[in-house]
Design a protein around this ligand. Sequence first.
Ligand code: ISJ
Length: 355
Amino acid sequence: MNLQPADKLWEAVAAALKNELPFVVFSPPESTRVTGYFQKDGKLVKANDDHSSGFLFAPFSEDYPVVLIPSDSIVHAEIGDLTPPESTKDQVQDIIGEDNTRKKHITLLSEALRSLKSGKLDKVVLSRKLLIPRSERDIISVFKGLLSRYPTAFRYLWHHPEVGTWVGATPETLVKIEEGMLETMSLAGTQPYRGSMDVSWGPKEKEEQAMVTRSILNRLYPHCLHVQAGDTRTVKAGKLLHLLTPVKAVLTSQELPLEEIVAALHPTPAVCGLPRKKAKKFILEHEGYDRKYYTGYLGPLSKQGSAELYVNLRCMEITDEAFSIYVGGGITKDSDPDAEWEETVNKSKTMLAVL
Ligand SMILES: C=C(O[C@@H]1C=C(C(=O)O)C=C[C@H]1O)C(=O)O
């Protein structure tokens, strides 16, 4: 691997943004390296358009294309230590607490609780979008903020002139496949990090996360052998804690198309709900806004059939006018709407911290 100086990478990103060319730069969890894939033209390449390698970017629902950024030119750079940029978080506190947004979300949660209590749904993940007026903060420094603040997340900056610009620092793996081996995770349950990882979890969080684990295992059985869930543990993502159960399996065939595995898993009950179809219908009919690529998935694919895909969470879309931060949480019949609202406020701080 030919490592370039970090400045070369940032120059390439600035040039691609200026020339309206598609690109993605990303850094896997715990890595101090950033890889950039730069497309030579501005075409919209859809997944399966003759490309078996590149970077996949897929939406939550089917209304948007699954885009592939081919790796026409690749830049790897060592980033090393980055000083977190100053945060202007306090200035946007008012926007988060805005009363009608809160009311609207609480009404949505109460509606969902009726369906959950009547037994029509077991779990549904409901989300919302915060619009923050675009500040002077430029896109590259937003991404640098994510790199330095969230070293354990998969951090990315993605741009396609026909689709948009997204950044994120996601803690959640959708699926990793290498040489016939598969890894995924069940990640759910949230509480703020208050200085200790030694915390207790209530029955609502434990059951909500166990539902996700059971569903993932059931969805893998038809395609895999030796499906195994590891021990459930508490993990830290920014200023939040989650429950995580690692899952491993062996694919029944190395020839198994990636689309089949992805279709089995996406959208997981960590971002959609259970039963899947009913929860998705509830989301599309009631959420009242468009998730676009939030809770979709993204990541690099290689010609050798390996893939490293993450769920698009703790992310935002950047337009000329605004930063749109997307946040959500899992609701079960035992949810308390006020606590669920607070959870989305806490989740929004991951992105607010870099603005
Ligand atoms: C939906 C989000 O996060 C997901 C929902 C969680 C929950 O309900 O506790 C926890 C982690 C993620 O799987 C989000 O960050 O927007």
